[in-house]
Write a protein that binds this ligand. Structure first.
Ligand SMILES: [Zn+2]
Length: 250
């Protein structure tokens, strides 16, 4: 199993570990083959537990926190390493923390994993942004909560949009394209395809984040089902990757 280092840009401070798992190197069977890390998709829970152990060993991260993702824009602040995941995971689509040694994780299969690092405080955030979360401005809301909880200044942040479905493969209804264009500008679609990355970039820039502080993975999950799970390309029945970020202990 090789973890794709999605956000090397965020790691230049040397104090952050972040990445996204690939679908390879686990033990799950079709249609979850092989490194499915989510419990809610119908896979054998024992296989998921084994797959998580594989990822945890590979990354060396120990204190994991997740949320029960509902395609909304709620943000949960994780205060301190508890040594155990919050049980049951709180309903939310983003996690933030200023604690070292806490790995924040979100599950995706086409939705955009959004990694945030506040270099100065330091503090971190991670958000799950499919079309609903993107439309509800989950990325901007995550930054706002980092400001409220940790005093994060937006200009000190770096943001990375990880592997997700890209414009090439994301046809949606004309009605949805219109709603997105009205909210985020005409650049978010080409008449038939929605550009989730552009909708997230536009809302972040509008909130004050310099465009130069945002990086975007060019990888499309629907084009690359050899590497990633894709809800769209695999007709809704598939596994999930886990994206993660942690402020390392010094
Ligand atoms: Zn594609």
């Amino acid at each position: 199993m090789k973890t794709y280092r999605a956000i090397q840009e965020l790691q230049t401070t040397g104090s952050v570990t972040a990445g996204i798992s690939l679908r390879t190197g686990g033990i799950s069977n079709t249609p979850y083959a092989t490194l499915n890390l989510a419990e809610h998709v119908g896979d054998d829970p024992r296989a998921v537990a084994t797959n998580r152990k594989i990822l945890f060993q590979q990354t060396g991260l120990k204190n994991w926190q997740y949320c029960r993702q509902v395609h909304g824009n709620c943000v949960i602040a994780v205060d301190a390493p508890t040594g155990a995941s919050l049980e049951p995971p709180p309903e939310a689509d983003a996690l933030i923390s200023a604690c070292r040694g806490v790995a924040l994780g979100i599950f995706t299969a086409d939705c955009v994993p959004i990694f945030i690092l506040d270099i100065e405080t330091p503090a971190i955030g991670i958000a799950h942004a499919g079309w609903r979360g993107t439309f509800a401005r989950v990325a901007v809301n995550t930054l706002a909560q980092m400001k409220a909880c940790f005093g994060t200044v937006i200009e000190n942040c770096r943001v990375h949009l990880g592997p997700a479905i890209q414009k090439c493969c994301y046809t949606v209804s004309a009605e949805l394209l219109t709603q997105f264009a009205e909210r985020f500008g005409c650049s978010v679609h080409d008449g038939t395809h929605l550009n989730l990355q552009a909708a997230n970039v536009n809302q972040l820039v509008e909130a004050g984040l310099p465009a130069t502080s945002i990086s975007i993975s060019p990888l499309c999950t629907a084009c690359r089902t050899d590497l990633f799970y894709s809800h769209r390309a695999e007709n809704g029945q598939t596994g999930r990757m886990l994206s993660y970020i942690q402020l390392d202990t010094e």
